[in-house]
Design a protein around this ligand. Structure first.
Ligand SMILES: Nc1ncnc2c1ncn2[C@@H]1O[C@H](COP(=O)(O)OP(=O)(O)O)[C@@H](O)[C@H]1O
Ligand SMILES: O=C(O)[C@H](O)[C@@H](O)[C@H](O)[C@H](O)COP(=O)(O)O
Length: 189
């Protein structure tokens, strides 16, 4: 059980999860947003606390995609479709096994999220300004995705709409554990 505090409430700026959404399904939490917004960090806190299965979408990219991004070239839709399909297959396995899970995936466009959308899937959108995310990215070391790629991610970002089951997390207000607790509170984990 999560004790949500007032501080946690400020971090969550939208929540469109229907009251009975998890009545028959376990939550599949897709942490989404541009590179460097904090998806993997929050995922680590959530999986530690709740023992959830975890998929990092970067691990599902073919090497060619990683090499392309590492050389400073954004992926195209064609690069992304098969990658999203393998991730969707992983989600289907969790649903078939009745397992709750966390997935970290940029899922920047609605059509990408449509590939992952299933009953029980909730998108947790980590929302920040370019400057807020750049501040985080500029301190991250040892990652193939360089800060110079951030603009290309914002260029194609489509924020989740009210017709999508999602929670918005306002980044930059709290440390990662508090962000994870806020997410857990919003999802009633
Ligand atoms: N709540 C936070 N406060 C401050 N820094 C954070 C927070 N969450 C993540 N970071 C830092 O921001 C950087 C990017 O986070 P990361 O989890 O790698 O993002 P993503 O998985 O979305 O690319 C990392 O250096 C991480 O330590
Ligand atoms: O669709 C894409 O362009 C890629 O998925 C891209 O989003 C990349 O994989 C990550 O952004 C880099 O990894 P982090 O998001 O973990 O920084």
């Amino acid at each position: 059980m999560t004790i949500a505090t007032e501080a946690h409430a400020n971090i969550i700026t939208a929540n469109t999860i229907p009251a009975d959404y998890f009545a028959n399904t376990k939550p599949i939490i897709v942490l989404m947003g541009v590179c460097g917004c904090g998806k993997s960090t929050v995922a680590a806190h959530l999986t530690d606390r709740y023992g959830l299965k975890y998929a990092e979408a970067d691990d599902f990219h073919p090497q060619a995609n990683i090499d392309k991004m590492a050389s400073g070239i954004p992926l195209t839709d064609e690069d992304r479709w098969p990658w999203l399909d393998t991730l969707a297959a992983w989600i289907d396995e969790r649903i078939a096994a009745g397992e709750a899970a966390v997935v970290t995936c940029s899922a920047l466009k609605k059509v990408y999220r449509d590939k992952l959308r299933r009953p029980g899937v909730v998108f947790v959108y980590m929302q920040g300004t370019f400057d807020e995310v750049m501040e985080r990215l500029s301190h991250r070391e040892g990652h193939f995705m360089k800060p110079s790629m951030l603009q290309s991610q914002f260029d194609i970002l489509e924020e989740p709409g009210d017709d999508e089951v999602h929670v918005n997390v306002h980044i930059g207000l709290a440390d990662p554990d508090q962000e994870a607790m806020a997410v857990a509170g919003a999802l009633n984990l």
